[in-house]
Design a protein around this ligand. Structure first.
Ligand code: C2E
Ligand code: MG
Ligand code: MG
Length: 867
């Protein structure tokens, strides 16, 4: 409750006057004058009473209203004074909001005092409280008795509420100022602090009493002072009212802080500026974060710009949104040009669908992918790239793609070079066996799926390539292979493949043939291409090849089978005389299977010692005396019985089993012959002929083995003759010559077996340390002998041998005519059924014993003569 007794309102003055009038009514004046004066006063008073803007009432000591004016009635919510008086019982009851007011006021008045300017809350008729300002006094008669109380009431509700609202907002502001998180302060125009809130104290580290003795220059960072002054000046010039800027201060602890400051001038009542109010916020952390962000952005930009990889982004529609320098270099597009491009504009057409797939995967939420594709640069170059992309999100929503791409041109090139090396023959550049096998695999699988598909493999092996290599030298041999490769390529169609499998072996895969015969036609063409002479290093070189053909009609399940069969049948072509082709068929296949079995059996036979030796005598034509025996091996097969050498020697040679077999033959024969020598001195001159295969000749340690066998069996080396077939000798002529010399040095003799079937070079024949030529059976045989040419050949061989100082043995003498003719030709020795078939050891020994005392004569067989 607020009591104000100093101020008086005009309404109060009137009331005072009225009271004074009442008091000043003295008996000094006449009754008439008095009455008149009273009437006048009464009139004046009523005028005032009725027209006053303030409410005026008169009440009894108990509070009953005697009289109220219209303003008072309106104030309390009544239409008229009469209505109020009629309805308002007593002011004591509920006029004052505070029930203690009325008794207090009454006491004051009873004690002779007056109440002025009393502010309180009164209740209106509708219960609403209003603020009033009231004056009271008691009206008494001349002897001091109370007549009534009179009060004047002013409705000050509006002013009061405004006052309260102001006070309220002041309080709020004060609290805001005190509790603000931001520093709030004021300075005078010189910059001396005049106030500072708690946040300011905390921020600066200075206590309020310290601050109030300080100027802003003591806190602001030196380089910021001028700026702050400028800001103030501009405000004083009226250029701006509120200025916001960033500045730095140095706290009491010496720490630098970044502040964001907002200041404005404060003015006095007359509108003159007298100071500055500021609000400052510590933005050091934000500044630091901003700086860190800026630095990381700069670093990123630097990385982005200077990366060796292409870095780019594009939106979800595929339009580029960024591209770094490497990207510009690689694509040939400037950044600005790139912004108008879609990825579809740069990706190579055949990779386009993949690129689109990647993009749609990305849109579908796929996170990161790595893939390879080619782009086309601005100048039309194809550039292979390895790309890794990831989706870029903003507020959790994908809005673009970021990609890092690497130019892998070099890698691709070296990969393809490596692939080429891995799958091609270095010499000819043709596909090698690995690549050929791969392609053959595809063909086999295709034929398995679609039985009408027909393919063929031509397995080509040069005949006598070794001779070319040996005689012309390896470099020319290589040249020949390269030239052949080019010719093969020239004969083929697009879908076919020619490969070099190794050495002098080539293979051709013919795909999509119409008929099997087509393969034969190609083989013919290849053969005639090979047959054309090659000009190599000034030489005209001729060569031939044997071709084995495997056809898919055989029904292959894998590529190895095809190659195996083509290889097998190629050997048959060679066996048939070379420079030709042979086709593999099922019968052939059966033969191959039998061959395999033979190999296995042979191996076992050596372990189980299933071999025996037969001996065929060699006879002097002139004397009919047996001069020696040729040892011929026989195989006692547990199931097949006696197997002839022609059935197993070739296999033994191919498999290398001939080496142990040959060793056994040599040793067994030598031991046997030594035993026969010991049988009788008459036998001591008997010679032993042992066949040596080409494979044995190529075997290291042959010389040592023979030396050892001779030593062990104690056979006179002069009694041993080694037979080597003509073809083996000529194919390996150069390599063999030295070995032959060494063998001769041991004291034994060398013979050329089957002479006339190969292509002996006369010069070699001259140089070889050969003792004997054995004329092949084919020139002697019944049919052969009738042939005039053959007879001439035999004559020539005998002459030749004699001229070169060599002995001659005619093989396969079966008839007396043959024998007679050979005798005519002065052929020194003969061998054949006419004298004896090859016989086992026991039979041979029997024959020897029978002729023991007289020497051994076998010519002719029908009257075996013992001298
Ligand atoms: P070859 O060295 O030329 O042996 C002579 C072959 O002619 C023998 O065949 C022999 O039985 C046969 N023969 C002899 N006189 C006549 C005849 O009047 N008429 C006919 N039609 N044939 C006659 P065989 O024993 O079947 O041997 C065949 C070939 O096997 C031999 O030919 C030889 O090259 C090879 N051979 C035999 N034994 C061995 C061996 O121990 N080592 C090696 N490396 N090869 C052997
Ligand atoms: Mg022989
Ligand atoms: Mg022979």
């Amino acid at each position: 409750m607020i009591l104000n007794t100093e101020q008086t309102t005009p309404a109060c003055d009137l009331a005072d006057e009225h009271a004074r009038d009442l008091k000043d009514n003295t008996p000094r004046e006449s009754a008439a004058e008095t009455l008149e004066a009273l009437r006048q006063a009464e009139l004046r008073y009523h005028g005032i009473f009725d027209n006053s803007l303030h409410g005026i009432y008169q009440s009894t000591h108990e509070g009953r209203f005697l009289n109220v004016n219209a303003a008072f009635a309106r104030m309390l919510g009544y239409d008229s004074a009469e209505e109020l008086i009629a309805n308002y019982a007593s002011i004591d009851q509920n006029y004052y909001a505070d029930s203690s007011v009325r008794p207090h006021l009454k006491r004051t008045l009873e004690e002779g005092g007056a109440v002025r300017g009393f502010e309180c809350q009164a209740r209106r008729r509708d219960g609403v409280l209003i603020w009033t300002r009231e004056n009271f006094y008691a009206v008494r008669d001349s002897v001091g008795r109370l007549l009534y109380y009179e009060g004047s009431v002013e409705d000050i509700t509006e002013r009061k509420e405004a006052e309260l609202a102001l006070r309220d907002s002041e309080e709020r502001y004060r609290r805001l100022f005190a509790d603000a998180n931001d520093a709030v302060y004021t300075t005078d125009l010189k910059g001396n602090y005049t106030s500072m809130n708690r946040a300011g104290e905390k921020l600066t580290g200075y206590a309020l009493d310290e601050i109030l003795r300080m100027n802003f220059r003591q806190i602001a960072a030196p380089e910021c002072i001028e700026r702050v002054r400028e800001k103030l000046k501009s405000k004083l010039r009226g250029e701006e009212t509120t200025t916001c800027y960033e500045t730095e201060i140095i706290t009491r602890a010496g720490e630098r802080l970044n502040l964001e400051v907002s200041t404005q001038l404060i003015h006095d009542a007359c509108g003159e500026p007298f100071g500055v109010q500021g609000i400052a916020r510590d933005v050091t952390e934000r500044k630091r974060a901003e700086e860190a962000l800026r630095q990381s952005e700069e670093r990123y930009r630097e990385l982005f710009e200077n990366a060796n990889d292409i870095v780019y982004t594009h939106d979800l529609l595929g339009y580029f949104t960024s591209l770094n320098k490497t990207g510009e270099r690689t694509t040939g597009y400037t950044r600005e040009e790139a912004y108008h491009l879609n990825i579809a504009d740069v990706v190579a057409p055949e990779h386009f669908s993949r690129a689109r797939q990647m993009l749609s995967n990305k849109r579908g939420g796929e996170e990161s992918t790595r893939y390879e594709l080619e782009i086309i640069s601005k100048d039309g170059r194809r550039v292979p790239l390895e790309i890794s992309t990831r989706i870029v999100c903003k507020d959790g929503e994908p809005f673009g793609v970021q990609g890092i791409a690497r130019d892998i041109t070099e890698r691709k090139q070296s990969e393809s070079a490596l692939r080429h090396i891995a799958f091609h023959d270095a010499l000819t550049g043709l596909p090698n066996r690995a690549l050929f096998t791969q392609q053959l695999h595809v063909a086999v699988e295709g034929a398995k799926r679609e039985s009408r598909t027909l393919f063929a493999v031509l397995f080509i092996d040069l005949d006598r390539f070794k001779v070319i290599n040996d005689s012309l030298g390896h470099p020319l041999g290589d040249e020949l292979l390269v030239a052949l490769a080019r010719r093969f390529e020239g004969t083929l169609r697009g879908g076919d493949t020619v490969a070099r499998l190794g050495g002098d072996e080539f293979a051709i895969l013919l795909n999509d043939l119409d008929r099997p015969e087509d393969a034969l036609r190609v083989a013919d063409r290849v053969l005639s291409e090979i047959g054309e002479p090659f000009q190599l290093g000034g030489h005209e070189v001729f060569t031939t090849a044997s071709i084995g053909i495997a056809l898919s009609t055989t029904g292959y399940t894998n590529e190895e089978e095809v190659l195996r069969d083509a290889d097998t049948v190629m050997y048959r072509a060679k066996a048939q005389g070379a420079a030709r082709y042979e086709v593999f068929d099922q019968r052939m296949h059966a033969r191959v299977v039998a061959q395999l079995k033979l190999e296995n059996d042979l191996r076992r036979a050596i372990e189980r010692k299933e071999f025996r030796l037969h001996y065929q005598p060699i006879v002097s034509i002139e004397s009919g005396r047996v001069t020696g025996f040729e040892a011929l091996v026989r195989w006692h097969h547990p199931e097949r019985g006696l197997v002839k050498p022609s059935e197993f020697i070739p296999t033994a040679e191919e498999t290398g089993l001939i080496v142990p077999l040959g060793s056994w033959v040599l040793e067994a024969a030598c031991r046997q012959m030594r035993a026969w020598h010991e049988l009788s001195p008459l036998h001591e001159g008997l010679k032993l002929s042992v066949n040596l295969s080409g494979r044995q000749f190529a075997q290291a340690g042959l010389l040592e083995r023979i030396t050892r066998v001779l030593a062990e069996t104690r056979l006179d080396p002069r009694c041993l003759q080694l037979e080597i077939t003509e073809s083996v000798l000529m194919d390996n002529a150069r390599a063999i010559i030295a070995l032959m010399d060494e063998l001769r040095a041991l004291g034994l003799e060398l013979a050329i077996d089957d002479f006339g079937t190969g292509y002996s070079s006369l010069s070699y024949l001259q140089r070889f340390p050969i003792h004997t030529l054995k004329i092949d059976r084919s020139f002697i045989s019944e049919r052969g002998a009738q042939d005039h040419d053959n007879a001439e050949i035999v004559r020539t061989i005998i002459l030749l041998a004699r001229n070169m100082g060599k002995e001659v043995i005619a093989e396969g003498v079966e008839t007396e005519e043959q024998f007679a003719r050979l005798r005519e030709l002065d052929c020194p020795y003969a061998q054949g059924y006419l004298f004896s078939r090859p016989q086992d050891t026991a039979a041979t020994e029997r024959m020897l014993r029978e002729g023991l005392h007289s020497g051994l004569f076998l010519a002719p067989a029908r009257d075996l003569q013992l001298a």
